[in-house]
Design a protein around this ligand. Sequence first.
Ligand SMILES: *Cc1c(COP(=O)(O)O)cnc(C)c1O
Length: 376
Amino acid sequence: MIPFNKPCSIGTEEEAIRQAINQSKLSGNGPFGEKCSNWLEDRLDTEKAILTPSCTAALEMTALLAEIGESDEVIMPSYTFVSTANAFALRGASIRFVDISPETMNINAEQIAKAVTSRTKAIVVVHYAGVSCDMERIMEIAQEHHLWVIEDAAQSLMSNYKGRPLGTIGHMGTFSFHETKNYTCGEGGALLVNDSSLIERAEILQEKGTDRSQFLKGMVDKYTWRDLGSSYLLSELNAAYLSVQLDHADDINEQRLRIWSRYQQGLQQLFDDGHLEGPQIPDDCQHNAHMFYVKAKNSEERSMLAAHLKEQGVMAVPHYVPLHSSHAGKRFGTFVGEDRWTTAESEKLLRMPLYYGLTEKDVDHGIKAVHAYFQK
Ligand SMILES: *Cc1c(COP(=O)(O)O)cnc(C)c1O
């Protein structure tokens, strides 16, 4: 059976973890953590990258930093992971779900503009499959209404929009290093603080609301409780694993892109014949091959195709159930405008296996299995 995902491993992570053990510093923001933060700051050209235990935790930090409260509204797509919404629902905000564009499955900028009210405080965008949202238009809407823009870039490390790295365009951006993502350490994440006025508070928040990071830099002579906070640090053991992945980021990216293109070429005939729809990458987006998906005609055909692939030893899987249709989604949010695409498109989408180490032979087997379904 070809699994849908295998956590990425380069082979030298064990050595790095052993080194972390020997350096006698296992808690957060040690040498390996610093190496990863520096890598993110240099490579993405942003001032501050903070490693967190998950993207979920980084999103919670953004809600605290934006001072989201009970009277606020936050606009986001319904087609996303629960953490995007939870972070803001936890602060008591009302979630305003808006529709996506079918070409990219990303939030539709014009629907955002229509959903803004006097209570709107933030826009949270999700770059689905590592393909950028229409950031130019979104930043323009945000500027006009003085809104925070938070990029849930969980899937998007190494992707660009008009040459700019995803996660660095909004006021804040978040990454995930969960085992299902391109670069991993099991569980992990990062917060990019692109607005320098937020950096000091972000450091305090990460350290349980204390100024411990200033104390460690010798800027204050004892550390005290300064603000709200929690424990938002990534252990050195995880950072050690992650540092190896970041060192090999280009290899990993190139291999994933090769696999992605092989699927694209192998399935092109089925797209041309109208049996399936393939992913579309807008001209101004450079993606990171986080995901290769196809869209069947409807939910029934998707189930039959997935069942056929499973019989052929290929694990292809659907993705998000729109949040506005869930129990909690109804409690904490509302869909604003028409659900023209979110539900319908989510029911058609099927993700093919894609991971570092997936062989060409296995990719070709997957492609052949999809063709076989349509020849039946
Ligand atoms: C994976 C993912 C998350 C959650 O990441 P964790 O690191 O598991 O917390 C959040 N948002 C999106 C869009 C994701 O794909």
